[in-house]
Design a protein around this ligand. Structure first.
Ligand SMILES: C[S@@+](CC[C@H](N)C(=O)[O-])C[C@H]1O[C@@H](n2cnc3c(N)ncnc32)[C@H](O)[C@@H]1O
Length: 269
């Protein structure tokens, strides 16, 4: 087979994640630096508070990243007994959660060994609470269970084969009550994929409500729950995408990812 044919053959069958996760930490550190020029990523106890009346997190001094703000507001709203972050990266979200809501049990997993090292160098208090975990592997009974399982900027980068479906199903199985996703909403057809997975019997819960949860500083989340909450219900992905400039490339890739899903058991007659 000639070179061009071989290249075409390869791109026909295989789909990659956005990054090589085994060599990701250097570029992640650059992103962290950019983020830190705008936001305070690590806070102290006196810098963060949660107002139960408004459901808002208040930050003294510099603002915290909007995605982190939404995670903390979700924890304040839902009051889970335990929280697990998939793809915990720098560990900042977990560490700030521990500061603001110290009675909750926190764990985190990441597939990158150097990502976990980075998290421990920034937050030594996470020792023993974070570990190696690939959420696209078949479900493991050794994974921590938690009341609330969340991701921030993780599944949006997962595009290998049907891995993002596997990740979503695993998160639901790990979660006793809630799954929160904070992602780029054009990278996958999240609402459609979750609806199809639930209908096809791929999600471990007997009931599922797909809500939209907005943070007070601009981040949007999809909140899955076993019971209906007093939040807007999502019926389509357009509700998550409204107001965002469309990226034709991302939307097309998301459609291709969705199209690889084969849901449930389709009997042949
Ligand atoms: C863009 S970073 C986001 C880190 C962190 N959640 C944040 O908000 O800053 C994506 C993280 O997901 C992790 N990751 C990627 N694929 C994963 C997988 N299959 N299982 C667990 N972690 C994964 C990466 O190693 C990386 O730390």
């Amino acid at each position: 087979m000639g070179l061009i044919k071989r290249l075409l053959y390869k791109t026909r069958k295989y789909y990659d994640d956005d990054f090589d996760w085994d060599n990701y930490t250097q570029s992640y550190q650059r992103r962290l630096k950019d983020n830190e020029s705008q936001y305070r990523t690590i806070s102290t106890k006196s810098q963060l508070s949660f107002d139960t009346a408004t459901g808002k997190v208040k930050s003294e001094g510099a603002p915290i990243p909007p995605r982190q703000n939404l995670i903390l507001e979700a924890i304040g709203l839902l009051a889970p007994s335990s929280v697990h972050e998939i793809g915990c990266g720098s560990g900042d979200n977990l560490a700030n959660g521990m500061i603001l809501f110290p009675k909750i049990r926190y764990t985190g997993g990441d597939r990158g060994h150097t990502q976990l090292e980075l998290a421990l160098s920034r937050h030594p208090q996470l020792k023993g609470q974070i570990g190696m975990q690939d959420i696209t592997m078949p479900y493991s009974h050794l994974w921590p269970q938690a009341d609330l399982v969340y991701t921030s900027a993780v599944t949006m980068h997962i595009h290998t084969a049907v891995s993002h479906f596997v990740a979503l199903a695993n998160m639901v199985r790990m979660a006793e009550s809630y799954v929160l996703l904070i992602e780029n909403w054009q990278c996958h057809n999240y609402v459609q994929d979750i609806q199809n997975m639930f209908k096809g019997g791929h999600l471990d819960w007997s009931s599922l409500y797909i809500h939209r949860l907005d943070g007070s500083t601009g981040a949007r989340g999809i909140l899955l729950s076993k019971f209906e909450l007093k939040l807007p219900i999502l019926h389509s992905d357009s509700q998550m995408r409204e107001g965002a400039k469309a990226s034709a490339q991302r939307l097309k890739r998301g459609d291709k990812d969705s199209a690889r899903g084969l849901f449930g058991f389709i009997r042949s007659f």
